[in-house]
Design a protein around this ligand. Structure first.
Ligand SMILES: *[C@@H]1O[C@H](CO)[C@@H](O)[C@H](O)[C@H]1NC(C)=O
Length: 609
């Protein structure tokens, strides 16, 4: 599909012809026109000179941009070892990369030229540039962006917490995916140094320079997609939001091209999920060694939220590398999902990569596997300067669908919550009064939408849902939220909000403090800072261990929280970052009019289109 679309572009480009008044006509195909020579002869001398001038300028600019691309390869097309390989199906092995790094400068530039040729036809690239003005795809911030020092004691406390987590990770799990703080060991998931890559931009924002440099050196020397270091099978969505997102934000803040090269490696490795799918809906997993994508072992389907939570990152990758294929592949998914039949804008949580259709009898929810579909409708619309109308339309329709089908209130305390529609045929989905802590991202998203012109009712819903999320914390003796809460909808004698013991764990999740950060920046209500600070203190009290922070198994008993021996990478990437930003004296320390944050709290620049 990619070669086809390139082909079309080429045709459009060469159909530039001149009509008999000397006006340049971009629309009509060349072959149907009068012979060029006769047109030329009928022109006045002034018209001829004008055309000669235009041709000269075109040739000059093509020549300039080709020689520029040879002399500044890092800026335009960062070094990628994947691309430099001659055989795409060859397993990615460390020696290839080491060889390339150890060669002299001359060899390296040869490698880069080869990489250019493998990547994309240079003429094609020149064409693309002529088609689109440069400012669309230039990196937004080639210069480093520096953040001010912590502005108060609370922010400093969050930095201390981060340093404690970081030093323990460094001591016991350096370069591994996750720290296990109780057993002082590491947990391997994808073998991609998840915690380290996920933490880069938080380190930068907090001004932890030495730690950032340490981590950057690891990325430069050790981050690789090889069989030895990475588990061959990885999840497209998780790697996109954590690794690709993390590398891109690190690039935008630091301006260091190193991160673009690594982001490109990851993007290339993940792309087969889209390219090898018959429908364009990506497979959920890919083998990093063989580049063969596949569905999860337990199902033929992909999660709807997973396939629709890739677009911010892949679009940004296209913006910084100028390689269109990333944005094209991921945008196509949005367009396909847009064209599918929904229930008042609400989507079933599974979708099939073979057929490109929803699994219609799967659940509908704003929690796991549904959540970030809605988030990325809005955020993609914002990221592209509000130029893609269908994203806004789908978002508006879905919020109306949430209000119509999923919002309920409890009888005593009048708590508003967002429930789920269970599995079953379209018209017979049963309402389930259950809300994942994950849903607490929604108040922030709704408030952000309202900030960008969505209806007042969205902000009202945001406020009421935020209050309920607050009680998910405040009702517990630990002041920490369970993973899942249930709500009473009928019986005025029962408790309004209750927790099953199986769902009583707290995994250091960020969604509520994420919403607090967004709503504090947009409303200025300082109550949100107080709430965030209380949660931070609870984390200090119940989750801090001598060697980092741990998820806990039971928020219902403050004398026995049952440490789970796991520090998720999103604790450093999201929870502590959002707390740090929330507690700053300057609510716009990270300006939401300039950045859109991906689902893992990695800021990416907003452009005009
Ligand atoms: C701030 O938010 C809290 C919690 O929702 C609310 O009770 C309070 O009225 C708000 N304050 C202002 C000034 O809006």
């Amino acid at each position: 599909m990619f070669s086809n679309s390139h082909h079309n572009m080429k045709n459009e480009y060469i159909s530039l012809t001149v009509d008999n008044l000397g006006r340049i006509d971009f629309t009509q195909p060349l072959l149907q026109r009068r012979s060029l020579w006769r047109v030329w002869m009928s022109l006045s001398r002034l018209q001829k000179n004008l055309i000669r001038l235009i041709v000269l300028v075109l040739i000059l600019s093509i020549w300039l941009s080709i020689s520029y691309s040879k002399s500044q390869p890092h800026k335009r097309k960062p070094l990628s070892f994947n691309n430099a390989q001659s055989n795409e199906n060859e397993p990615l092995q460390a020696p290839h990369r080491e060889d390339s790094f150890n060669q002299g400068d001359d060899d390296r530039s040869n490698q880069l030229d080869n990489a250019n040729l493998v990547d994309t036809n240079p003429n094609q690239e020149v064409q693309n540039e002529l088609e689109k003005p440069n400012n669309n795809i230039e990196p937004a911030h080639p210069q480093p962006i520096y953040f001010p020092k912590p502005s108060n004691a609370r922010q400093r406390a969050v930095v201390d917490a981060f340093k404690h987590a970081w030093s323990s990770y460094k001591k016991y799990a350096w370069g591994q995916d996750m720290l296990k703080p109780i057993s002082k060991s590491a947990h391997k998931w994808f073998g991609l140094g998840l915690t380290l890559v996920d933490s880069l931009d938080t380190l930068w924002i907090m001004g932890l320079k030495d730690e950032f440099n340490d981590a950057s050196n690891w990325v430069r020397d050790e981050f690789r997609l090889s069989l030895e270091t990475s588990t061959a099978d990885v999840n497209l969505f998780e790697v996109t939001i954590r690794v690709l997102g993390g590398l891109l934000s690190a690039y935008h803040f630091s301006g260091n091209d190193l991160f673009v090269g690594k982001a490109l490696d990851i993007g290339e490795a993940l792309l087969p999920c889209f390219e090898k799918s018959p429908s364009g809906i990506p497979y959920s997993d890919v083998n990093l060694a063989s580049h063969i994508p596949h569905a999860p072992r337990w199902s033929p389907d992909s999660s709807t939220a997973e396939v629709t939570t890739l677009q911010l990152e892949f679009r940004d990758l296209t913006r910084v590398t100028k390689l269109k294929k990333f944005e094209e592949a991921s945008s196509r998914v949005s367009e396909l999902v847009h064209s599918l039949d929904k229930i008042d804008g609400l989507v079933p949580i599974y979708i099939n990569p073979f057929t490109g259709k929803f699994k219609d009898n799967s659940e509908i929810k704003l929690g796991a596997r549904g959540d970030s579909y809605y988030e990325y409708l809005l955020k993609q619309w914002i990221q592209t300067g509000k130029t893609k109308q269908f994203l806004k339309d789908d978002y508006l329709e879905s919020v109306a669908g949430i209000q119509k089908h999923l919002v309920r209130r409890t009888p005593n305390r009048d708590l508003l919550f967002v429930g789920e529609l269970g599995a079953g045929p379209r018209e017979h989905k049963k309402f389930n009064p259950k809300m994942d802590h994950l849903v607490c991202f929604l108040p922030g998203t709704l408030a952000l939408g309202h900030h960008h012109g969505m209806p007042e009712s969205h902000l009202t819903l945001a406020h009421q849902l935020l209050d309920t999320c607050y009680y998910m914390y405040a009702d517990q003796p630990t002041f920490l939220s369970p993973e899942i809460a249930y709500f009473n909808t009928e019986n005025s004698k029962g408790a309004d909000l209750y927790v099953h013991t199986n769902d009583a764990h707290y995994l250091l999740r960020p969604e509520f403090v994420e919403s607090l950060f967004v709503m504090h920046q947009l409303t200025g209500n300082v109550t949100y800072q107080e709430w965030g600070w209380k949660i931070f203190q609870s984390i200090e009290k119940y989750c801090k261990t001598p060697n980092g922070y741990t998820s806990i198994g039971n928020v219902l008993d403050d004398r026995n929280v049952r440490p789970l021996d796991s520090m998720e990478s999103f604790f450093l990437s999201e929870t502590l970052k959002y707390l740090y930003l929330l507690l700053a004296d300057d609510p716009k320390l990270l300006d939401l009019d300039k950045y859109v944050l991906n689902s893992e709290a990695h800021p990416l620049p907003i452009l005009k289109n």
